[in-house]
Design a protein around this ligand. Structure first.
Ligand code: SAM
Length: 290
């Protein structure tokens, strides 16, 4: 197997194919072999798993996943990588490369078509410029047991944040609504070529088999969440009044009171069950024309 993380191997390989890194495509390739090995090991991928990889690059993580998984489907946008991937991962007959933009794919359909009875997981060193849309698509797809990804450390901290902390955000709630996050380990900038400006971290999101939230209307729930964080450091009452003009300030106050929360409560201190309670109260009032 070609040691693609060894820069004395990687540099001549890239040069031979006239390959130049594209910043616009988020191309920071791993040059520390322990990283893809650790990601693949911690992801829980084994022969019973079908794994979707996003952005194989020249294949360091792809190799480690293909060594462990029942099947790997790797989606790569940059066709210039085709001759290099042929050399670095061409030997694996449990690997299929899909040359496409991951954001244009119908992920649940792809998973059904490619993985059959295998347990679906997703694993990637993500292109950072589209971290949120990719994670949104993977979690909303509702078909993965686990999603293990490398992201910027600050994004990992936001995903795993607790209520009332500076990192807690609407994206935290979106991710934790669907999954239980766990930050696994940090990866210093020196592990990549070219070096990014930030530290990275690997995070695993174990998706919830059943959503335990008792949310009556998901659209209203996520509207409540967005409204609460749109006006950070303002009261929840002001946030709700501007996110739900139909309630007005008095209506927003009444919803908060009906949920047993103090009038001065701020949205960024609430946990998911509390957001669900507020959203359900809004739905109840809407249905009763209150
Ligand atoms: N997995 C390799 C590694 O760890 O060295 C490369 C990771 S690099 C951070 C991100 C990869 O995602 C690049 O190969 C890039 O071409 C690819 N990529 C960028 N945008 C993409 C998209 N929309 N769909 C699929 N792949 C994409």
């Amino acid at each position: 197997m070609i040691d693609v993380c060894n820069i004395h191997v990687m540099k001549p390989l890239l040069a031979e194919h006239g390959f130049h890194f594209s910043k616009a495509k988020g191309q920071n390739f791993l040059i520390a072999g322990w990283v893809p090995e650790q990601i693949a090991e911690d992801s829980g991928v084994d022969r019973t798993v079908g794994v979707l990889e996003i952005g194989p690059g020249i294949g360091p993580l792809t190799q480690q996943l293909a060594l462990r998984a029942g099947k790997v489907c790797a989606v790569e946008l940059d066709k210039r990588l085709e001759p290099i991937l042929k050399l670095t991962v061409g030997e694996f007959d449990n690997l299929e490369i899909i040359w496409d933009d991951v954001l244009k794919l119908n992920v649940p359909e792809l998973v059904k078509e490619k993985f059959g009875d295998l347990r679906p997981m997703a694993c990637a060193n993500l292109p950072y410029y589209i971290t949120s849309p990719i994670l949104t698509a993977l979690l909303e797809a509702g078909c993965f047991e686990a999603v293990t990804v490398m992201v910027q450390k600050e994004v990992a901290q936001r995903i795993a944040a607790k209520p009332g902390t500076a990192d807690y955000s609407a994206f935290t709630i979106f991710c934790q609504y669907y999954a239980e996050p766990q930050i696994l380990f940090d990866v210093p900038a020196g592990c990549f070529m070219p070096q990014p400006k930030v530290t990275s971290a690997v995070i695993t999101l174990r998706t919830r088999k059943e959503l335990p939230w008792d949310v009556l209307d998901e659209k209203i729930f996520f509207r409540v969440v967005r409204a609460s964080f749109a006006m950070r450091r303002k009261t929840l009452q002001n946030g709700l009044a501007s996110g739900f003009p139909e309630l007005g300030k008095a209506g927003a106050g009444a919803v908060i009171e009906a949920c047993g929360l103090p009038a001065s409560v701020r949205g960024e201190t609430l946990d998911i069950p509390q957001f669900a309670k507020i959203a359900n109260e809004i739905v109840r009032r809407r249905n009763q024309n209150v």
